[in-house]
Design a protein around this ligand. Sequence first.
Ligand SMILES: Nc1ncnc2c1ncn2[C@@H]1O[C@H](COP(=O)(O)OP(=O)(O)OP(=O)(O)O)[C@@H](O)[C@H]1O
Ligand SMILES: [Mg+2]
Length: 216
Amino acid sequence: MRTLSVVSQKGGSGRTTLSVNLAVAAERAGLSCAIVDLDPQASGWKWSQRRKSEAPEVITAVAEQLESIQTKAAEGGLDLLIIDSAPHADRAALLACKVADLILIPTRASILDLDALKPVLELVEMARRPALGVLNGVSTQTSLDVEEARDAIKARGVELHAAYIHERVIYKRSLIDGRTVIEAGSDAKAIREIGGLFAAVVERMGLEIPAGEVAA
Ligand SMILES: Nc1ncnc2c1ncn2[C@@H]1O[C@H](COP(=O)(O)OP(=O)(O)OP(=O)(O)O)[C@@H](O)[C@H]1O
Ligand SMILES: [Mg+2]
């Protein structure tokens, strides 16, 4: 089993959106996947309640439970555990980082979001786990700020996913009835973005996709 922790300090950076989209991509690729929702807002858990399908399972928890959840999930044969954390760089986020095989750090390209990277990167350093940044909510209209954001992230020593997750209506709309962009099926570009991010995560965590399946 592998654990992916999705961590950022700033609210609205896309932790829940990416967690649920990656979880469904994993299920589609033949992996069993569950999400641990650490955010008291429980957006991920609420998404699962609006959903028709049972997988992926979403449970709410506090960070102190993570190790035992992880142990039980591994014993139960789960392939991928995704931890959707709360918007803080605190002890809970540090615990989420410590149990991760990979830390995914979504960020928007604005200066306020980039400023908020510093405390998260300090957690990553403390946890000594590999991390991957991803720029989310990038405008499809203008590339203003994005190159600067790329450089700023790389200057902080974080590897950045090569492709952007753009601002697309389908990311919002699909969550309304508990689906994801893959299940909505209407926006090929969004599906490719999630497929690309999933493939990057799979590769970095050394996850094996069952024979006959394709990564998202
Ligand atoms: N790439 C995107 N395109 C369009 N809308 C997006 C995108 N990513 C996220 N959103 C929307 O932005 C809002 C915030 O995203 P999300 O809830 O995933 O962020 P979060 O980091 O989990 O925030 P929170 O602090 O509330 O937990 C949501 O309404 C979501 O649907
Ligand atoms: Mg959230």
